[in-house]
Design a protein around this ligand. Structure first.
Ligand SMILES: Cc1ncc(COP(=O)(O)O)c(C=O)c1O
Length: 441
């Protein structure tokens, strides 16, 4: 409770015993599901009625996966799209297609999702951490220093809904002759100066897991303009071989006698994704409008540093990141905002300190920091081909990221915020940021 008796409960902070801005929880994140309705239901029912849940055969095949791939390739603006069972699966398949294995390093950003590191390691390669900048994505000005003759390529992750500096990263990877794989799992529908994320590199991946801009609960996609990479990815995601247009396996091409992973997408989820893709512009339009209304309101507080956005018009809007002068201020703002009712519960992660953002921060990934292996014999770290590869993974390895993580707060922007919800978020920030503790520079 506040010991300041001169401040009325209405105007004093809820964290100090005042009235909260709101008592109802904010809507849960999960962008795609807020826009789900009878259309998705009917699409699924149609597949069930056809009793044809597998992409290659059934009683009355519906070709939903094939059509989703065509729709998605058109939407992104690429020649080839390969639907797979998850974003993690898409990473495994793409890195396999790009030839990642023992003896190869892959550069990954300090702000990431664990699946990116695990896909490199599971393919037998070694991840190398690269620092980020105020865009919270790879810092192109530092990227060159990580690239050596052991580098196979770079994964640029468009984190927390906003694109990274893809053109600058692409120029460097082209110049150095290494691949660029874009991870667009958190940024489906994002653009940079009108160009879709996923079209800057040699390949790109998407995720359609529950908390993504469009979703079928689980699902993913690999896209590329390179037919050779597409064919390799296809073989890797399936049984290790090509198929003809009727889905029959082909064994003639010796370059496509690979090893498959069984990551095919099923017809039910493809049917949902076809509907969700049509809704994607509206979903991200809602989140972007909410986010930029809140960002505009925060402009009156110079003590708040807003994330650098490469192209605001192409931001998908699903997260707002704010950064404060030090760790204590960020912690106070976060706790005070939560007390004002800017939270979701019992599930949801609407408003967190970035240091609590789990496996998104490299130093929170125990398997990476501890270089663990599944086989108990050190794979892939101890393979002779990997001798001398890799770098440091413990906290301190990426100082800019460490500093930004320690001072930042992440707020999810649901795709269904009402004007009143936005008003409350703005009111909460105003209330909290006007307190002297958080606004002295
Ligand atoms: C950046 C990033 N890459 C990859 C993935 C993996 O996607 P999935 O959960 O579909 O396996 C995620 C999922 O959260 C992600 O955020």
């Amino acid at each position: 409770m506040s010991d300041n008796k001169t401040v009325s409960p209405e105007s004093s902070l809820a964290i100090d015993g005042g009235q909260p801005v709101r008592t109802a929880p904010l809507p849960l994140e999960f962008p795609g599901v807020h826009h789900m309705d009878e259309e998705e239901v009917e699409a699924v029912v149609q597949v069930l009625r056809s009793r044809s849940l597998f992409r290659y055969y059934g009683i009355e095949p519906q070709k939903q996966v094939e059509q989703f791939e065509a729709d998605f390739a058109k939407f992104i603006g690429v020649r080839h799209a390969l639907a797979v069972s998850s974003g993690t699966g898409a990473l495994h398949v793409a890195l396999g297609a790009l030839g990642v294995g023992p003896g190869k390093e892959v550069i990954i950003p300090a702000y990431l999702w664990v699946a990116v590191a695990s896909a490199v390691v599971n393919n037998g390669g070694i991840p190398v951490l690269a620092d980020i900048d105020s865009s919270f994505c790879l810092d192109p000005s530092k990227l060159g220093q990580y690239i050596t003759d052991k580098t196979a390529g770079v994964v640029l992750i468009h984190m927390s809904g906003a694109p990274g500096n893809a053109s600058a990263v692409r120029d460097i990877t082209r110049d150095k002759g290494v691949f660029l794989l874009e991870d667009c799992a958190q940024c489906a529908g994002g653009r940079i100066n009108g160009q879709s994320v996923g079209t800057f590199g040699n390949m790109a991946i998407f995720s359609f897991q529950m908390n993504k801009n469009m979703t079928a609960g689980e699902g993913g996609c690999v896209v590329t303009n390179d037919v050779r990479l597409y064919r390799r990815a296809f073989a890797c995601h399936d049984l290790g071989y090509a198929r003809d247009e009727n889905g029959r396996l082909q064994f003639e091409d010796p370059e496509l006698c690979l090893w498959g992973r069984g990551y095919r997408l099923d017809e039910l989820r493809a049917a949902v994704l076809r509907v969700q893709l049509r809704k994607l512009p509206a979903i991200i339009g809602r989140m972007r409008a909410s986010k930029y209304r809140i960002r505009a309101a925060l402009a009156e507080f110079p003590q708040v540093q807003l994330r650098t956005i490469v192209d605001p018009a192409g931001d998908t809007g699903c997260f707002l990141i704010t950064t404060y002068r030090d760790q204590a201020t960020a912690a106070r703002v976060n706790a005070a905002l939560r007390a004002e009712g800017l939270v979701t519960w019992p599930q949801g992660i609407s408003n967190v300190l970035m240091t609590q953002w789990g496996l998104h921060l490299y130093y929170n990934i125990p398997s990476l920091v501890g270089r663990t292996s599944v086989d108990g014999r050190g794979f892939p770290w101890s393979l002779p081909a990997n001798t001398g590869l890799g770098g440091q993974y413990a906290k301190g390895s990426c100082p800019v990221a460490d500093d930004l993580f320690s001072r930042s707060v992440l707020l999810a922007i649901p795709s269904c915020l009402t004007e009143k919800d936005e008003d409350d978020i703005i009111a909460g920030f105003r209330k909290v940021l006007r307190e002297p503790r958080t606004n002295t520079d």
